[in-house]
Design a protein around this ligand. Structure first.
Ligand code: PAF
Length: 319
């Protein structure tokens, strides 16, 4: 498989290289485009919706400021889905509110063997993908990697962590194939068959940390230093855990408060993605995090008043 635009603009790719297309050149999309392309074992491109930004990234590559070095990785980037042929793997890294539009635009890249993997924040993303792609081709997962977007195609890398993924409909064969593609590009990947539990554990972390950092404009680690915020964060974590249980999601032997506090410590100097969104005047993913939890709580005759309140407050910031 070959990218039409790419074969015209750069060296032809090796025929045996798997084609990975990342949708969404935000901080995480750029981070993984750079990490995977740098391994040289897969051929990674970026699909954007913004022609000017795509042209800039195509010209400059992805610039990564890591702890020890700043490096640039050439990455083919286009806003025209017609520039791409069918991909082996599509990774959706758009904001959750763009999932529907993104997968509609990417339809020409999806063949009968294409795996479509969401690694986005939030709840409900894989269900949207399943409305546009056969369910057995959709995978979902999480990563605790972090990056900050400094400009178009320009990021600061905060840390690279493992990817956990699985098939919501039990297509373990595809999960293994996709894990193998990512592992061949030097990524640590675990397969977990209970993908809903994986997504809820990540959503719990995001629901507890992100709105508090966005509302107070504090870095993740500061939430542990201020007693009132630490206690509120713990209460939100317990609330999300209770809603997950009511919804039949088995989070297993897991302490929600310890999990959230551990992430705060590990990412102490990070600005959460929601704080980055607020500071940049962008829409946040609150409706797919605390908003979604509050909505799901209602479906199971329970309530999530803290999530509902935080969702309203964050929605009020940029209106
Ligand atoms: O959304 C984010 O910023 C991240 O998922 C996390 C884990 C909260 C770290 O900043």
């Amino acid at each position: 498989m070959r990218l039409l635009g790419k074969t015209m603009l750069t060296e032809p790719c090796q025929a045996e290289q798997r084609q990975v297309v990342i949708i969404g050149p935000g901080a995480m999309g750029c981070l993984y485009a750079a990490l995977l392309n740098r391994s040289r074992s897969v051929d990674v491109s970026l699909l954007d919706y913004h022609p000017q930004r795509a042209a800039q990234i195509q010209q400059q590559g992805v610039v990564v400021e890591a702890a020890e070095e700043t490096y640039t990785v050439p990455v083919y980037c286009s806003a025209d889905p017609g520039d791409f042929l069918v991909a082996d793997l599509l990774i959706v890294f758009t904001k959750a509110y763009d999932t529907e539009a993104a997968i509609r635009r990417a339809t020409p890249l999806v063949g009968s063997d294409t795996g479509v993997l969401t690694l986005q924040n939030g709840l409900g993303n894989y269900q949207i993908l399943q409305q546009h792609v056969p369910k057995e081709q959709v995978l979902a997962g999480t990563t605790a990697s972090g990056a900050t977007l400094l400009g178009p195609g320009h990021i600061r890398q905060a840390g690279v962590a493992e990817i956990v993924l699985g098939s919501p409909v039990g297509n373990t064969e595809l999960a293994h194939e996709v894990a193998e593609i990512l592992q061949s590009a030097s990524q640590t990947v675990k397969i977990n068959d209970d993908v809903d539990a994986v997504l809820w554990r990540k959503a719990l972390i995001n629901c507890a940390i992100n709105p508090l950092t966005a509302l107070t404009r504090r870095r993740n680690g500061e939430l542990l230093e201020i007693t009132a915020l630490r206690e509120l964060m713990a209460q939100v974590a317990r609330e999300v855990y209770a809603v997950a249980s009511a919804a039949g999601i088995n989070l297993g032997r897991y302490s929600p408060v310890e999990a959230v506090e551990q992430v705060c410590r590990a990412t102490a100097t990070n600005q959460s993605s929601m704080l980055q969104d607020i500071l940049a005047g962008r829409q946040t993913e609150i409706e797919y995090l605390n908003g979604a939890v509050a909505e799901i709580a209602g479906q199971y005759d329970t309530a999530a008043p803290l999530c509902e309140c935080l969702a309203a407050l964050v929605q009020g910031i940029n209106c």
